[in-house]
Design a protein around this ligand. Structure first.
Ligand SMILES: Cc1cc2nc3c(=O)[nH]c(=O)nc-3n(C[C@H](O)[C@H](O)[C@H](O)COP(=O)(O)O)c2cc1C
Length: 195
């Protein structure tokens, strides 16, 4: 197996991520697809930004009242998927999500741009927009006022503890290199998969 595969998949992920960030032209290098189990049984997927890797957890943030928030609180088994064009790599992560502490939520909220803080405060993410123009006015006024923005109660994040991580090195021949890590107790089993 290639030397870039560490005994712990989170170290391989961190290594790959660093290699990707150095070469990417993307403005959102930490974007990934978060898949959840919908309350109606349909799988549901959307892009989010991976905020941090804090061994053994991967951290994402957002509104707990959003669709993803409600889905995660009902079904904590989630997936995160990365595709990195420049390094031609895919990473698929399945894990269990739990809410981060209030202290951590404050930390990540304070790290956001002023505009993002305003949007998270005035908008009920995913609710029907009955008067979008009014919301736009409130947004513009809040941005103009530059009042200190405090984290809304519903804004938080999730720490995902990986259970399975598959690394794929894409090959134009389609003879991809696929390495699967599966957690067994606190150890990781590592196997090579056929392309
Ligand atoms: C590149 C990119 C990054 C995003 N990052 C986040 C994020 O970190 N957190 C978030 O709540 N939404 C993020 N979004 C918006 C989500 O894709 C989605 O629209 C939102 O979370 C509502 O999803 P939901 O209705 O399933 O809860 C991002 C979208 C894009 C395109």
């Amino acid at each position: 197996m290639d030397k870039q595969y560490y005994p712990e998949p989170i170290d391989t992920l961190t290594h790959w991520m660093h290699q990707q960030v150095v070469v990417t032209k993307s403005s959102y290098p930490s974007a990934c697809v978060l898949s959840t189990q919908g309350l109606d049984g349909f799988p549901n997927a959307r892009n989010v930004s991976l905020k941090s890797i804090e061994k053994p957890y991967l951290i994402i943030t957002g509104s707990t009242l959003s669709r993803k928030g409600k889905e995660i609180s009902t079904h904590p088994k989630v997936a995160l998927t990365f595709w990195w064009e420049e390094t031609k790599r895919q990473v698929r992560i399945q894990g269990i999500a739990s809410t981060i502490s209030e202290e951590d939520a404050h930390f990540f909220f304070n790290d956001r741009s002023y505009e993002s803080k305003v949007v998270s405060t005035i908008s009920k993410q995913g609710a029907v927009a009955n008067d979008l123009e009014l919301l736009r006015i409130r947004f513009r006024e809040s941005v103009k006022n530059q009042q200190p923005m405090h984290k809304p109660k519903h804004w938080s994040g999730w720490k995902i503890k990986p259970h399975r991580i598959e690394f794929l090195e894409f090959n134009t021949s389609r003879f991809h290199n696929r390495v699967l890590y599966t957690r067994s107790e606190e150890q990781w089993d590592i196997i090579q998969l056929q392309p």
